[in-house]
Structures are given as C-alpha cells and as structure tokens.
Design a protein around this ligand. Structure first.
Ligand code: 5AD
Ligand code: SF4
Length: 472
C-alpha cells in the first residue's frame, strides 16, 4: 500500500545498507514475530528485502505444528547452502538464521545437519537477535533457544511509524504466548512453552502507537488468546473481555478481533464484550477439532460436543450475526466412522462461515503419537475430502447470504486497477469496492451485489470492465 515510500524508520539507508529477507511459515503469530524481528534488525542497520538473492541475512521463521515441517526447512536450507556458496565465490557474505518453532524443537540438531546455518533462535529470545548476530560476525555459530526469564517484549524496540504504515491499516498484536491446555495431538505447549500474558499497560501502549501510525483494525493474537489475563490500573484481575473493552476506547481504533480461542476460556465477560462493543467484529475462530465426545476426551479437549454447542448458543444470544470459524482434525487415533459422523453432524448444526481442516499427523513427543488405533492414511484422505466438501458448501452459503446486505467495510488497499479498492467485511471476507467508496483506512457502508470465489463485490465495483476485475 505504501509503494515508493521511503520512511521505513531503519537506522541505515542507501545502497550500502545490509538487507534481511525473512521468510515466514505458519500462523499469524509468526507473521507478527517476523515483523518484530524486522524491527529489532532495523535498529541494527538492516533494511528489509523481498528476495533471497538480494539478502545479506536470510531468516526462516518456522512452524512446527504439522508433520514434515522440519524436513521442509532442511531442504530449504539445502538450497540456501548453494546460494551461500555462490556468494562466497563472489567474495560476499551471506548469513543464515533459523527462528520459530522448528528452531525451538530441533536446536543444536540444525547446526549439526545444516552447514549453511549460522544462527538458531527460539521464539522467546528474538530480542537477543542483534547480540547473536554480533557473535556470528565474530565467527561463532549461535544457538539461543532458552525460555528467557526476561520478557522479550520489554527489550524489543517498538515499531517505528514508517514501518507500521508499510504494513497496512490492519495490524496484529500478540498479547499472549504459549499454551497450558496440552491437547494430545499438539506440539505448541512444548515448543512455545507455558502460557504467558503480556501486561495490560504494555498492550495499550503498543495499540496506541499502532493507531497513531494509521492502524484502524487490530487483531489480538495468542496461541490461546482468550486465556489472557493481567491486572488493571487498580490492581484488579482482568481478562480478554476487559482488555477488549479498554482497547475499544482508543479513538480511531475502529475494529478489534482476536484469535485463537479455546472453548473452555470463553468467559461471560468476553461474551458480553461481543454484545456491547460495536468495534469487536462479529467473527469468532473457535476450534472444536471433533464432534465425537469419545475423541474429544482422547484429545484432552476438556469439553464435549454439547458443551461447545451450548457455548455457541450463549455467544449467538449476545451477538446474533456472529460468523463462526473452526479447526477440525480427521483421523485422530481411534476415530471410527461413527465418530467421524458425529463431527459432520456438529458441523451441520453449527453452520461455519469458514474453517480449517487437517488430517491428524502424529507429532513426536505428544501423547497422541503413541496412542493405539492409528487411522489408515487412505481413510483419513476420504474423511478429509468429505468434511471439506461440507465446509466448502457452508462457506459458499454464508457468502451468498451476504448478497443484498449493507455492511461496513474497512478499506485496506488499492486494487490493481486505479478504479478499485479492496477492503474487508466484518466477517473477514475480502470485498472489492469502487474507489469512490473512500480512502485506505476509511470504513465505507456498502451494499454487497455479488459473490466471487474468494471475495464479495460491492455495489459499483461491478461496473468495472471484466478484464480489470480479473486482475483484482
Ligand atoms: N495433526 C493435525 N492437525 C493438527 N493441528 C494441531 N496439531 C495437529 C496435528 N498433530 C491443527 C489443530 C489446531 C490447528 C492450528 O492445527 O486443528 O487447531
Ligand atoms: Fe495446541 Fe490449541 Fe490445544 Fe493449546 S489449545 S494444546 S495450542 S490445540
């Protein structure tokens, strides 16, 4: 959105500045972490670059949630090794770092297996990146995967206004990290560690800074975001509902979202926030994983299908138009056809606006990996296809139901054609609008006229010639 702008706020500019290429895998929390690593490196004199070939430093910010994550990183590192060798022939240096959850899980193994790697850094220690790079410059290969005692957010430099603007009007803000739930399929409690909440004051300060730089929508992030807790200025305990309430008072912060939540941590205060706060968008990602109580128990989800449905009733009573999204796993050990049917039944009952679904993949070190009754891959494939067909139908029905409705759309960027803008509906679906609807950062009230495969067309956007629309 800020093409041609030259105010990224890095310490060093010009052709001699060192350049960093950060490749981000996985979830939105990694996207946020990559931005904050970019901030830390900006203060250290690095400018961002979009291509590996251009970089003096390559950082892979990795994800470990599903199978073969580590193998994919090792093969990427194999390709980078060739690039590094080419550079060495030209007498130029290329430094290579691995960050994120694969770094945390594999640690020294990466240094042993991937000769190109200079630096392995875990998610808790990004604030030490400049010091680690200084050691690399002295010829060391560094592994820093401690669960740091100090709070990295106290030490990371704040994003500069120029950097924030370059990232658009919708921003992420991590408020919570780690997870204590220990679902039996999941590596997160092991790679990201125990739940830690950032303090209220720190979050409010970061949010105000984002808004001052032009941000109009903030998505609060956490592996288990609705377990966030802190104390307010009077020393009283406060949860995510209270946090959202305080954030909603920041002038010009028009929209709030949060992800990902656990059903057990959806408390009354958070549900009331959905009832009371127009800024809190009517969209909720609330994974259930399975509709079978037997499987939910084996997954250690600590809720039944009926608990989940009852919870949705309470949420819908507070905010009737809320759009629901979920995560599903098919083929967890012991899952029978009848268990799978229960999942389909639950999905039919809920009616999802969007969803993510996965085949179970055993993760070493998690209880699920050593359970009896692993499901045949072919069966998993069939179940996944079946489930995804149902979810696709629901998603399409949800989008079709928007046609004819008026809704506020936050305009996020220019389309590829001058006459066109791209925004987002309250329900997170992209909307194509005519430029006359408003500027980037404005909220336009538009009427939805038709549906495209991955977006909605607002009134007036249809008037554009077909060729222009196709480039959207
Ligand atoms: N196998 C398949 N899916 C998984 N997820 C987490 N761990 C696994 C696994 N071992 C899915 C869950 C979670 C989402 C982020 O990834 O659905 O909610
Ligand atoms: Fe993993 Fe989410 Fe379960 Fe925590 S609540 S263990 S992050 S699936």
């Amino acid at each position: 959105m800020t093409e041609g702008r030259d105010d990224r706020g890095v310490a060093q500019t010009g052709s001699n500045a060192r350049k960093v290429f950060i490749k981000t895998y996985g979830c939105q929390m990694n996207v946020y972490d990559s931005q904050r690593m970019g901030d830390a490196l900006g203060s250290d004199g690095y400018q961002p670059t979009e291509t590996m070939e251009d970089a003096d430093l390559i950082l892979l910010n990795t994800c470990h949630i599903r199978e073969k994550a580590a193998e994919k990183i090792y093969s990427e590192l194999g390709r980078i090794r060739l690039l590094k060798a080419e550079r060495a022939n030209e007498g130029r240096e290329l430094r290579v770092g691995v960050a994120g959850c694969v770094a945390q899980a594999e640690g020294h193994e990466i240094i042993a297996r991937a000769p190109a790697v200079d630096l392995v850094i875990g998610p808790q220690t990004y604030h030490r990146l400049p010091q680690a790079l200084a050691k690399v410059a002295r010829g060391e290969r560094v592994v820093d995967i401690d669960h740091a005692v100090e709070d990295k957010f106290d030490h990371l430099p704040a994003s500069q206004a120029g950097q924030i603007r370059g990232r658009g009007v919708a921003a992420f803000l991590t408020v919570q990290e780690g997870c204590d739930k220990f679902c039996t399929f999941c590596v997160v409690p092991y790679t990201r560690g125990a739940e830690v909440s950032r303090p209220l004051a720190q979050i409010l300060e970061e949010a105000r800074r984002l808004v001052a730089a032009g941000v109009r929508e903030i998505t609060l992030l956490g592996q288990n975001v609705n377990a966030w807790e802190s104390s307010d200025a009077q020393g009283r305990a406060i949860g995510l509902g209270g946090l959202v309430r305080q954030l909603a008072e920041i002038p010009n912060l028009l929209r709030l979202r949060y992800t990902t939540s656990h059903p057990r941590d959806m408390d009354d205060a958070l549900i009331a926030a959905h009832r009371d706060l127009p800024a809190l968008m009517p969209y909720l990602h609330l994974p259930v994983q399975s509709g079978s109580d037997r499987i939910l128990k084996a997954m250690n989800r600590r809720h039944t299908a009926a608990d989940y449905l009852r919870l949705l009733d309470r949420i819908r009573a507070a905010r009737p138009d809320i759009a629901l999204s979920g995560d599903f796993i098919v083929g967890f050990p012991g899952e029978t056809d009848a268990d799978f049917e229960d999942t389909l039944t639950l999905i039919r009952e809920v009616g999802y606006a969007s969803a993510f679904s996965f085949k179970y993949s055993p993760r070493p070190g998690t209880p699920g990996a050593t359970m009896e009754g692993h499901v045949d891959e072919g069966v998993k494939d069939e179940r996944l296809q079946h489930l995804q067909a149902l979810l696709r139908d629901q998603q399409a029905a949800f989008a079709r139901a928007q046609v004819g409705r008026r809704m506020p759309v936050l305009i996020e960027k220019h389309g590829r054609h001058p006459g066109q803008m791209i925004g987002r509906s309250p329900f997170l679906i992209p909307v194509v609008l005519p430029a006359s609807a408003g500027a980037v950062g404005a909220v336009a009230e538009v009427r939805i006229e038709s549906v495209r495969p991955n977006s909605l067309m607002a009134e007036g956007a249809e008037a554009m010639p077909e060729a222009m629309r196709l480039r959207a």
